[in-house]
Design a protein around this ligand. Structure first.
Ligand SMILES: Nc1ncnc2c1ncn2[C@@H]1O[C@H](COP(=O)(O)OP(=O)(O)O)[C@@H](O)[C@H]1O
Ligand SMILES: [Mg+2]
Length: 451
């Protein structure tokens, strides 16, 4: 199972990782910088102290070196204060002067080669860090060492360095969180056109094959995908059209041989054969006209402005099919409202749908019974009969093209209800089937009423 499927959740995860790593690196880096800076300051200060001590070195008339520190400096290097110390050594490594109790040098490796050296040495529990500076007094080279006991070092600088981790963390975290939130907002914005394109894509289907995804606002990175999908849709639409045209052309082409066949049958001597063949030819003509209907409906789109009066359409159909019913000893009746019922749609299409339902009802209702048309104000028209009804397990099948219960029945194509369903689809109407008690079917079409 792929984790973090959404891009935003991926961004959040990667961002959190980045936030953590950046916080750590920044605190480490900055605290290193700070301690480098403080050490630098310390080194400079020690060098200055060594210089200051060196200023008070002088050569006595008998050739001895003397160190006369003023009282403030003496206080600075006193044992009581204990923080700073100095020592002066000569080129033999002898200690000439020292502020330490044992008169020792501060640094063993005194760096007597360099002019200035920064050194560090442990003494007992303490670490002394400082500088060694070369000086020339008269004709003698001496090294003045000045150091600071790090255990007594300035508390303030130490505190800053120690607190740095915490402080930097607190500063970087909110900044990076703000960045994260901004990123998410930017991303959501960038993805919005994709969401809109998805909504349009959901509408694409046989009823609206001409729809295409908008490319204008799509992010450049995704645009090739969207264009490719659109080109795919172009090809599908083209193939769809070829298919549809083929059905229409085939049905059309069949009409001429069929009418020749009709004329030939009319010249037949045998009355009985002639009658039977005529029926077969009418069945074929029915199939062809329904195929043409289907091909036409596949290409059709309903204008949003079209409207129809469901009541008068139903009344016309009832009138149209009445002779057919009467010829089979069946009756037709119209119920419901007598007021116009305006719905969105094409009157010719509605009429075709209701006629198909009516023909089915007349075919299935037993002689002596009545097929009823019921028109309701909400935009519903129902056709009811007293036939066998539709078993539960056939209610989806009956709308399939070419599906019929009895394949041997003359004039049965299985196309009628698929035409009805297609018309319903084009009108955003719903079609429902119910059985009646004690027997019979009730087909209802619910259209979108006009306010
Ligand atoms: N009113 C009805 N009562 C019972 N069965 C029906 C009714 N209407 C349709 N059917 C069943 O649904 C099948 C498909 O109907 P339809 O698509 O109109 O095709 P056709 O009428 O050409 O058979 C019919 O063959 C029939 O078995
Ligand atoms: Mg039918």
């Amino acid at each position: 199972m792929p984790r973090f499927e959404s891009i935003i959740s991926r961004i959040v995860i990667l961002h959190v990782v980045a936030v953590v790593i950046t916080s750590i690196l920044m605190s480490v880096g900055l605290s290193w910088l700070l301690s480098y800076a403080t050490n630098n300051i310390h080194d400079k200060a020690m060098q200055e102290q060594a210089n200051a001590v060196a200023e008070h070195l002088s050569l006595s008339p008998d050739g001895h070196l003397e160190l006369n520190l003023p009282s403030d400096l003496r206080g600075l290097y006193s044992q009581e204060y204990g923080r700073y110390s100095y020592a002066v050594i000569d080129d033999q490594g002898r200690v000439l002067f020292s502020s330490l109790k044992d008169r020792a040098a501060l640094f063993r490796a005194d760096g007597r080669s360099a002019d200035v050296a920064f050194l560090q040495q442990r003494r007992g529990n303490a670490t002394v860090s400082g500088a060694s500076v070369r000086k020339t007094v008269g004709d003698r080279n001496v090294w003045v060492q000045a150091g600071e006991d790090l255990t007594n070092r300035d508390v303030l600088t130490d505190d800053i360095v120690a607190d740095f981790y915490k402080n930097v963390g607190w500063i970087t975290l909110p900044i990076l969180l703000v960045l994260l939130i901004t990123d998410i907002a930017i991303f959501r914005r960038a993805l919005r056109p994709l969401r809109q394109a998805s909504e349009i894509a959901a509408e694409i289907g046989p009823a609206r094959p001409g729809l295409r995804l908008p490319t204008e606002e799509i992010p450049r990175e995704v645009r090739p995908l969207v264009s490719a999908v659109n080109q795919g849709l172009d090809r599908l639409e083209e193939a769809f059209k070829v298919q549809r045209d083929f059905t229409a052309d085939a049905a059309h082409e069949l009409r001429t041989p069929l009418s020749i066949l009709r004329t030939r049958i009319d010249f037949l001597e045998d009355q009985e054969t002639r009658q039977a063949l005529r029926q077969n030819v009418e069945g074929m003509a029915h199939i062809i006209s329904q195929l043409l209907d289907i091909a036409e409906l596949d290409a059709l789109a309903i204008e949003p402005s079209e409207k129809a009066d469901l009541q008068s359409v139903a009344a016309e159909v009832a009138e149209f099919v009445a002779p057919l019913a009467l010829a089979q000893g069946k009756d037709v009746a119209l119920y419901g409202t007598t007021e116009p019922v305006w719905v969105k749609g094409n009157p010719e299409m509605l009429s075709r749908a209701i006629r198909n339902l009516a023909e089915n009802a007349i075919n299935h209702t037993p002689p002596g019974s009545t097929v009823e048309f019921l028109v309701e104000n909400g935009g519903t028209v129902s056709v009811l009969d007293h036939g066998p009804g539709i078993p539960e397990d056939e209610r989806k099948l009956i709308f399939r093209r070419f599906w019929r219960r009895d394949r041997r029945k003359a004039g049965s194509t299985g196309l009628g209800l698929s035409i009805v369903q297609r018309i319903a689809e084009l009108h955003s109407a719903t079609i429902t089937v119910e059985n009646r008690r004690p027997h019979g079917a009730c087909f209802s079409l619910k259209f979108v009423p006009l306010k």
